[in-house]
Unconditional design. Sequence first.
Length: 424
Amino acid sequence: MMQNRLALLGGEPVIPPGTIQPWPPITETDEQYVLASLRGGKHAFGPNCVAFEQEFAAWNGNRYAITTNSGTAALHMCVAACDCSEGDEVIVTAYSWSSSATCILHHNCIPVFVDIDWATMNIDVTKIEAAITPKTKAILVVHLHGLAVDMAQVMALANRYNLKVIEDACQAHGAKFQGKKVGTLGHCAAFSFNQNKNLCSGEGGMFVTDDEELMKKARMLWSFGETRSPVEARDYHAYALGWMYRNNDLTAAFGRAQLTRLDHYLAWQKHNVDLLNAQLQGVPHLILPTAPPQHEHNWYNYVMRFDMAALGHQADAAPFRDKLVQALRAEGVEAVVWQRFILPQMTVFQAKNAYGYGTPWSSPHAQPVNYDLTQYPVAQTHCDTHACLVMTLRYPNGTETMELIAAAIWKVMENVTQLEGDPT
Ligand SMILES: Cc1ncc(COP(=O)(O)O)c(C=O)c1O
C-alpha cells in the first residue's frame, strides 16, 4: 500500500476510533445538582434558576442576569431592551449563526449586514459607520468563535451616533477585550448554554446587563409581558407583549454544576490550542486562526482556512473544501464546516419575508435595505474556505490527542494531490 495513503482512499487513519472524548464531561457534581433539583419538587423557574442568575452574574461581572431557555431568547430580549421598534435598523455581521440576525426580525426590526474582517472573522469594525442611517438603533456585535470584537471602536461609534450595543456572546464565555470579559463591554449581552457551548446545560441561555432599565424591559419580554418575576407575587397581567423565555430548574441546576468547572475547562482548552498551534506551524496551504493583541480568545471554535488560490481551487473552493474535510474526518479528525451560508444569503433575508406580506421589510416604518450579496466578499470567501474543530479541543482531550490531530492534518495537507480527480 502507498505510504501515507489518505484514509479517505483506503489508507490507515491516523486517529484510532474512540480517541476523542465527548463534550461535556459529566461528574458527580452534575449528578448531585440535577438530582437535588429533581427531588426538590420545583421544576419550572425555581431556586436553581435564581442561584444560576446570581452565580453567572458574579462570574461574568454583571449587575443583572436573567436565565432563559436559549441564547436566541436572550438575544431577542436584548433587542427589545434596547427599545428597537418596528422598522428600526440593527447593524449585524454578515457571518454568524442565523439567530444573531433573526432575533432582530423577532422584534420587527431590520438587519443591516456588514462584511467581516478576514483576520478576526468578526464584523469589520471599519465598515460599520458607512452602514449607519437615521433608522439605526443598535449595533449587534457577535464575538464569533470566542474572539471578542474590537469593542473600543464599536463603543466610540455608538457613543458618537447615540446607538445601543448588543453583544452576542453566545460562543464567547470568558473571552476578553482589553482585560474585560465579554458581556460587560456593551449595553447588554446574550450567552448560550446549548450542548456545544463551553458552558453547557443542554439548552439554555442568559441575558446580562449592568443597566437596571434594560434589565426591566428584558424581563418583561421574558415572561408573558409581566412586570414581576415568577418568584415574586405576580398579578398575571400582560403589561406589554411578552414571550415565554424562562429557564427551568433542572436545566439551571446542570448549568450551575458546569459553571463550577468552567474556568478550569477554559484554561485547558487554551492550553490545547497552544499545543495545536505550535504543531501546525508550517502546514502547507493552511491558514491558522489568530487573536490580535488585547483580545483573549476563549477558543470555543478553532477555525482554519485553506489557501484555495495556492491549492489551485479558487473556482471550486467550497466543494474542494468539503473534500478536504471529508479527508480529515476519514483520518479521525472531527473537522466540520460551521456555516455553509453567509447570513444575507439565507432565504428569509433574500425573500424579505418573515411573517408574511413581506414583514418587517414592508413596514411603513422601514426604509428599503439592500442585501445584494456582492457586498460581503470576505464573508463569502471565509464561508467557502473554512473548516473547524469545535468540541475536540475541550477537556479531557489533551496532549496526545492534539498530537494526533496535528499529525492527521499534516498528513492530509502534505498529500493533498491524492484528492485530485478522486471521485468520492
Ligand atoms: C453566535 C451564536 N448566536 C446565537 C446562538 C443561539 O443560541 P441558542 O442555540 O442557545 O439559541 C448561537 C448558538 O447556537 C450562536 O453560536
